[in-house]
Ligand binder design. Structure first.
Ligand code: FAD
Length: 276
């Protein structure tokens, strides 16, 4: 049996970025992803870009998932966007609360992703396969690990079909999370999100913001490489391939790659894992 894989992209901001992303997708399609997803900016910043990239993926004959965040949104705008996505032929959503960019006030008619999932189900029935986000190392704003797990279970019970995790480097955190969620009655697939390591500074910045822990040994090794990009990439490929291998041996239902719109690192990890 082959392990299902999926790829995540962010919407390009320029025509050059869009052209480069087409090339990235063409390379990654050779690995036959189950679907490709496109992230969604809060406050409408990249929403048009998201829909445009999703349209391109569908036109390329590949299943596309649109990320969809609800922070600051009204029911009327969400209803309108869901209708647009249905008209485009989108059948898969990654339903999120999202984060407001600094400078935006709160407001909006949705508080949590669970509210969005329930709304999508009430408005569109089974039109969409709904993915939600999971946090094996605990969402940074959660009141406690237990509260976060309960919030995850509530999101699934509101109607999610499956989940994708925030990236992590410690497979124990993932397996513990899945076991604990199962004890709360969550039986949907929880697919690990995998972030290839390509740059030390970018990884440190992202990880601080999203609450993903970089183990001390990885952090110190990366710091030790300084500006030696080739060594960082070589080390990153070893570490992430090993992580994927551990996850595969533990029976994960699939692997979702945060490609950062680059084909090379993700393709190399898949090549090293072959046959998946
Ligand atoms: P929620 O599930 O609503 O959780 C948010 C916080 O509220 C958590 O701390 C949770 O514990 C708490 N909470 C939830 N329900 C309750 C409740 N009933 N009572 C009390 N507390 C509660 N961001 C984007 O802007 N665009 C994207 O495209 C995007 N894609 C992502 C894809 C994946 C796979 C992941 C893992 C994250 C993604 N994010 C994206 C980031 C995400 O939007 C942020 O992590 C955001 O802060 C939380 O969104 P959520 O859907 O997980 O929120």
């Amino acid at each position: 049996m082959t392990l299902p894989i999926s790829f995540e992209f962010f919407p390009p901001k320029t025509p050059e970025g869009a052209a480069k992303l087409r090339g990235t997708r063409a390379q990654l399609y050779t690995h036959q992803p189950e679907f490709c997803s496109v992230t969604f900016g809060a406050g409408g910043s990249t929403q048009e870009g998201t829909f445009a990239a999703v349209k391109e993926i569908l036109a390329e004959g590949v299943s596309a998932a649109s990320h969809f965040s609800c922070v600051g949104a009204t029911k009327a705008t969400v209803r309108d966007q869901l209708a647009q996505l249905q008209a485009m032929g989108v059948k898969r959503l990654v339903a999120l609360r999202g984060d407001l960019p600094s400078g935006y006030g709160a407001g909006g008619e949705f508080q949590y992703a669970s509210d969005l999932v329930a709304f999508i189900r009430a408005e569109t029935g089974d039109a969409f396969h709904i993915e939600v986000a999971a946090y094996p190392e605990i969402h940074p704003q959660a009141k406690s690990a237990e509260a976060d797990l309960q919030a995850f279970a509530a999101k699934v019970k509101a109607g999610a079909n499956s989940a994708i995790t925030q990236y992590f480097f410690n497979s124990d955190a993932y397996f513990r999370f899945v076991d604990d969620a199962y004890k709360l009655g969550v039986e949907v697939p929880v697919v690990p999100g995998i972030m290839p390591i390509t740059s030390s500074t970018q990884l440190m910045r992202f990880s601080d913001a999203c609450g993903a822990e970089i183990p001390r040994w990885i952090r110190l090794r990366l710091q030790g490489y300084g500006d030696d990009v080739e060594s960082i990439k070589a080390f990153g490929l070893d570490v992430i391939t090993d992580l994927c291998d551990q996850l595969r041996n533990g029976g994960v239902p699939g692997i979702h790659f945060y490609t950062m719109n680059q084909a090379g690192p993700t393709a190399e990890i898949i090549r090293r894992l072959a046959p998946l």
